[in-house]
Design a binder for this molecule. Structure first.
Ligand code: CIR
Length: 267
């Protein structure tokens, strides 16, 4: 038995191309609509970085009726052993689940469905010991408790926590850097959720840089966050700085543009 892959080891990913309607993506504060061509360029750079990190990337076509559908992390959760179809909290995003389900059924033998409540994948952080689920404006307790039950069915432990007030998703404010180290904003770390981890805290003003993504040997970080890039470099991580200023206009970062798993290591 080879054991589980490390939480940052990925061999496969699913992404979805941005739609022409991406300028209508949901945002808490309107800083202007992102432009399709610029989002496409950021998405292309992201796909290239995944491939350069050793991941085989399956690219799904755009969904014109769903402006936020490029953020494939939110309608589903994937692990080496199974996928779980979620129930996104934003009504405009709920149809993304049916759109991605056939692809996941093709890729995974086991595909579970969250039976009730709401959960966005952006609120879920997989750590070696537990799957952290942050309650937020998108993820409610009913959904989080149902997800804990689904996770138990595939031998994983779910732990329900709180996303800081005003923060879209739990992972808007954190990223796992390795099996025992986390990048976090000060406001999320202050809640004590990462007491068991070594913590690297984002500098003041660079909170949005916390939505980084470790993929195999590389940590993807938004190129607008020099303080985060410096901290990770100083800690010995290999960093890929990627453009995110357009998707940031619709409250997105680097984890949300892919579903990632490792299919080469059996449990
Ligand atoms: C939304 O509000 O749902 C999108 N505009 C952004 C989703 C970002 N997803 C994520 O961080 N997992």
């Amino acid at each position: 038995m080879a054991g589980r892959p490390k939480v940052y080891q990925f061999s496969s990913a699913i992404v979805r191309q941005p739609a022409g309607s991406v300028g209508d993506g949901l945002r808490a504060v309107d800083h202007g609509a992102p432009g399709y061509e610029r989002v496409k360029a950021e998405h292309d750079a992201y796909c290239a970085a995944l491939a350069a990190a050793g991941v085989s990337v399956q690219v799904l076509p755009p969904l014109e009726g769903f402006a936020d559908a490029l953020f494939v992390e939110d309608p589903a959760l994937v692990f080496a052993e199974a996928a779980i179809l979620l129930r996104p909290g934003a009504p405009s995003r709920q149809g993304e689940v049916a759109a991605i389900a056939p692809t996941l059924r093709h890729c995974f033998e086991t595909v579970l469905t969250l039976p009730r409540g709401t959960v966005d994948g952006g609120d879920v952080l997989t750590t070696p010991d537990a799957v952290m689920i942050g309650l937020s404006s998108r993820t409610n307790r009913e959904g989080a408790e149902a997800l804990v039950d689904c996770l138990a069915g595939i031998g994983r432990v779910g732990k329900i926590l709180q996303t800081p007030p005003g923060v879209l998703h739990f992972k808007s404010d954190c990223a796992l850097l390795d099996e025992s180290t986390v990048l976090s904003t000060a406001r999320l770390a202050a809640s004590g959720v990462f007491a068991a981890f070594t913590q690297i805290i984002t500098p003041e003003g660079e909170e949005a840089g916390a939505n980084a993504l470790r993929v195999n040997d590389t940590v993807f970080v938004g190129d607008d966050y020099p303080g985060v890039i410096d901290s990770l470099g100083a800690a010995g991580y290999q960093v890929a700085a990627l453009p995110t200023s357009e998707i940031a206009k619709i409250d997105a970062g680097l984890s949300c543009m892919s579903l990632r798993w490792h299919d080469g290591i059996n449990m």
